[in-house]
Design a protein around this ligand. Structure first.
Ligand code: SF4
Length: 205
């Protein structure tokens, strides 16, 4: 069966790089929508598709209908495929500089790679959107249900990643899903204090 490598939402083209996740976020629609997203089946077959096929799909979609933004965001954490993501982002910036390139992430890239990955994103990405969701470390664990390697240091690592991105990328945004028992204004405070933007998002049923 053909895999959905790229899909559209509003004025963006979204890239579905991987189905791997370091967390099982309670708000994630991949569970309730059974890997479907507004008519697209985002379940990948387990083999991770090479960069060339993403670029081919990007060029094909661009010929069909233009878009103003490319977003690394599927049912998985794109930073697992850091090198591939950066290659695709740089291809787009070099060949189509007017298209904005953004990463949506759960913010655990530094912990996944065991180093600061923000410098890798420079020059390819225009924006990063980091899903923090709470200012409380134990609530962070409860909401995101991280795999064992990410439980203890996950929350602090997301904060560190935000701080690393702010000086290096043109636009860093912290996001929080509106949900009962969560004070999103505290996430806003964290974001603004380090010079990031903030956006709250509705819970999708
Ligand atoms: S990291 Fe993203 S795709 Fe994975 S469970 Fe969380 S919200 Fe869903």
């Amino acid at each position: 069966m053909e895999q959905t490598l790229t899909y559209r939402y509003q004025d963006g083209l979204y890239l579905n790089l991987t189905n791997r996740c370091p967390t099982a976020c309670k708000f994630c629609i991949k569970f309730t929508w059974e890997m479907n997203y507004r008519g697209y089946d985002l379940k990948l077959n387990g083999k991770e598709t090479p960069v060339s096929e993403f670029i081919e799909s990007f060029e094909k979609e661009k010929k069909i209908k233009p878009f103003s933004e490319v977003v690394f965001c599927g049912y998985g954490e794109s930073t697992y495929r850091l090198q591939e993501m950066v290659q695709i982002a740089k291809y787009i910036k070099n060949n189509h500089p007017s298209i904005k390139v953004r990463l949506n992430t759960i913010g655990l890239g530094n912990l996944i790679w065991g180093r600061n990955i923000a410098p890798d994103l420079q020059g390819g990405l225009d924006a990063v959107s980091i899903s923090l969701n709470t200012a409380d470390p134990s609530q962070w664990v409860e909401i995101h249900q991280p795999a064992k390697p990410y439980r203890e240091k996950g929350f602090e690592s997301v904060l560190e990643f935000i701080r690393c991105c702010v000086p290096l990328l043109p636009e860093t945004t912290v996001t929080a899903i509106e949900q009962p028992g969560v004070d999103v204004s505290r996430c806003r405070d964290i974001a603004l204090k380090v010079g990031a933007h903030f956006r709250s998002r509705p819970w999708l049923e």
